[in-house]
Write a protein that binds this ligand. Structure first.
Ligand SMILES: Nc1ncnc2c1ncn2[C@@H]1O[C@H](COP(=O)(O)OP(=O)(O)O)[C@@H](O)[C@H]1O
Ligand SMILES: [Mg+2]
Length: 204
């Protein structure tokens, strides 16, 4: 059972009350959003939530797969989650997640996506909801773009290596054929050296 739990000692964030995590985590725990792992215990210092098994960061996942559907899904689900969560208010401040990036989004084997690093949720003035939404979507979109470019570059690198190997093989075969044409009674380059080296004119 303990294998299924993830414990985190929280740090401050950049919201209006950096070290006041409890109210934010209470909302996440009560609303049980599917975009964050279930929270089991929390206070102002620590939280314990479901450990997502066999999950990798969005960055790693997209660098390995360039999966367009997951890229699409992450932007869609993140936008909906962000807008939903920002409806929660406290003293006219809105709850929003900060520090959203490709290492704080993880993908499991079933291709579910989760936002982690829950100490980055805090309370912000209304106008900043849209500024932070824009920044987050932009940051994640850029990272998707870079991961996909990284994937394509690796694919191209592999293809170049493969073609270069093929060329090498062809070159070898052509060279061997040429050798056999000129030296009909031998089978390999080493035989040329062995048998015909003696006929080479000596260096002046
Ligand atoms: N609920 C979770 N399930 C599985 N792994 C997690 C979970 N939360 C965090 N992790 C893993 O632990 C790492 C650090 O967690 P995070 O909360 O992002 O801390 P930090 O503040 O150091 O960035 C993450 O990159 C991820 O690999
Ligand atoms: Mg993190």
């Amino acid at each position: 059972m303990t294998d299924d739990l993830f414990y985190k000692t929280m740090r401050g964030n950049f919201s209006q009350s950096p070290h006041d995590h409890e109210d934010a985590l209470r909302v996440l725990s009560e609303k049980n959003y599917s975009f964050v792992p279930e929270i089991y215990h929390f206070d102002n210092e620590q939280y314990c939530c479901r450990k997502i098994e066999e999950a990798v960061s969005l960055k790693q996942y997209l660098e390995e797969t360039a999966d367009f559907d997951i890229a699409n899904k992450v932007i869609q689900e993140l936008t909906i989650f962000f807008l939903e969560v920002s409806k929660n208010t406290k003293d006219e401040l809105h709850l929003i997640p900060d520090d959203i990036h490709d290492e704080n989004l993880i993908v499991d084997k079933k291709k579910n996506i989760y936002l982690i690093d829950l100490d980055m949720f805090g309370w912000w003035p209304k106008n900043l909801v849209y500024q932070k939404l824009g920044t987050s979507i932009s940051k994640v979109s850029h990272s998707i773009n870079y991961s996909m470019l990284y994937y394509e570059r690796r694919q191209l690198g592999n293809r170049v290596e493969e073609l270069s190997k093929q060329l090498n093989e062809q070159n070898k075969a052509m060279f061997e054929a040429g050798v056999r044409h000129g030296f009909w009674n031998i089978d390999s380059i080493s035989e040329i050296k062995e048998k015909y080296e003696v006929y080479k004119p000596s260096a002046m």
